[in-house]
Design a protein around this ligand. Structure first.
Ligand code: NAD
Length: 358
């Protein structure tokens, strides 16, 4: 029988973080202490199922707050921290980079500093068992040309947006805390995720949302930018495997082996919606597509070589894009109230009332 143990998850009210909290609470007997600032991207509705569960403790706070982090470590004695908390939207990082530096760089530094102080004072067995897992992105590696080989763990960093530069900085700090102080760190760099609970500013939920509202569906530039897409549950499973069995100090790339152009993503979603929601005669959802001015510095192609995690830890993605995208569209159709809450400001008003004005 597994011992009762605790992990701290940061950013566990966001898209991937909340999927991971579900996954970990279901897979293990462990307690999850979930530290989240509840920015516009964090949403307690994502965690409804576990709202009053004794193994899920939600804490509304900032990863950059020294006192909050040090108290959590002292009070809960975790064997691991999994850091999802971040500002994550490239477009926002272009128009307002400040929060990206504050959370992604300063916040990660604060977590590392406080984790190191906590870890250093642990008894030898607990010290040996402790892990700091930092969740990062393939965007730190920059942009690929059409025939370039996929990113591996040894590809040099070349971040191009304020978002990817802030994530690259945090990855370097994690590396430094391992090399300089011996903190048992793990870093994962993953490709684009899709699935339930993703805020509808990101490509896939935005397209579904706009298509359902019959609003224009914007595509940047010529729409031929390529991303590797991974169903979020596969990402959660990969993080679980790295947390349990990854070699300390190592980096693991995670990807779906699934390179698709933005144009193909949008057309696929439109075709599925045409089939599922036959509208008025002659209407196709693709007629809503509008090509708009490209994002400044838009990376052309990302591709991930995930052979290290496959060969070392036996992880492989389970969901094909065809089934994953259908599940995702079905989720957004079945959860119209969730979408309405996060897009209408009703949720933000609720957070203000419950957390900021109490
Ligand atoms: P998200 O924007 O949906 O969620 C981020 C969460 O962090 C939110 O709940 C937010 O409230 C919280 N947060 C923000 N600032 C905070 C702070 N200062 N203190 C505490 N909490 C804070 O992001 P996501 O898409 O779920 O991404 C999670 C992580 O995975 C990020 O680190 C991101 O860089 C990485 N990642 C994302 C993708 C992707 O496709 N979405 C791919 C690879 C890696």
């Amino acid at each position: 029988m597994e011992k009762q143990r605790t992990i701290i998850v940061t950013g566990g009210a966001g898209f991937i973080g909340s999927n991971f909290v579900h996954f970990w609470l279901e897979k293990t007997n462990q307690t999850v202490v979930n530290l989240d600032k509840l920015t516009y991207a964090g949403n307690l509705d994502n965690l409804k199922r576990w709202a009053n569960h004794p193994r899920h403790i939600f804490v509304n706070g900032d990863i950059a707050d020294r006192q909050v982090v040090s108290n959590l470590l002292k009070d809960h004695h975790p064997w691991a921290i999994v850091n999802f908390a971040a500002e994550s939207h490239v477009d926002r990082s272009i128009s307002a980079p400040d929060d990206f530096i504050q959370t992604n760089v300063v916040g990660t530094f604060n977590l590392l500093r406080e984790s190191y102080a906590y870890w250093n004072a642990l008894e030898p067995d607990a010290k040996e068992a402790f892990r700091f897992l930092h969740v990062s992105t393939d965007e730190v590696y920059g942009s690929l040309e059409k025939d370039d080989p996929a990113f591996s763990e040894t590809t040099p960093y070349a971040p191009n947006s304020p978002y990817s530069a802030s994530k690259a900085s945090s990855d370097h700090l994690v590396r430094a805390y391992h090399h300089t102080y011996g903190l048992p760190t793990l870093t994962t760099n993953c490709s684009n995720n899709y699935g339930p609970y993703q805020f509808p500013e990101k490509l896939i939920p935005l397209v579904i949302h706009n298509a359902l509202q019959r609003k224009p569906i914007p595509i940047y530039g010529d729409g031929m930018n390529v991303r590797d897409w991974l169903y979020v549950e596969d990402h959660c499973a990969a993080i679980g495997v790295v947390l349990d069995s990854g070699r300390v100090g190592q980096v693991y790339n995670i990807g779906g082996n699934n390179e698709i152009t933005n144009r193909d993503i949008v057309n696929t979603i439109c075709r599925i919606l045409d089939d599922w929601l036959p509208g008025q005669k002659d209407f196709t959802h693709a007629s809503l597509i509008e090509f708009v001015t490209d994002r400044p510095g838009h990376d052309r192609r990302y591709a991930i070589d995930a052979s290290k995690i496959k060969n070392e830890l036996g992880w492989d993605p389970q969901e094909s894009f065809a089934t994953g995208i259908a599940r995702t569209i079905r989720w957004y159709l079945d959860n119209a109230a969730w979408v309405e809450n996060v897009t209408s400001g009703a949720y933000q008003r609720w957070v203000k009332l419950n957390y900021e004005e109490r």
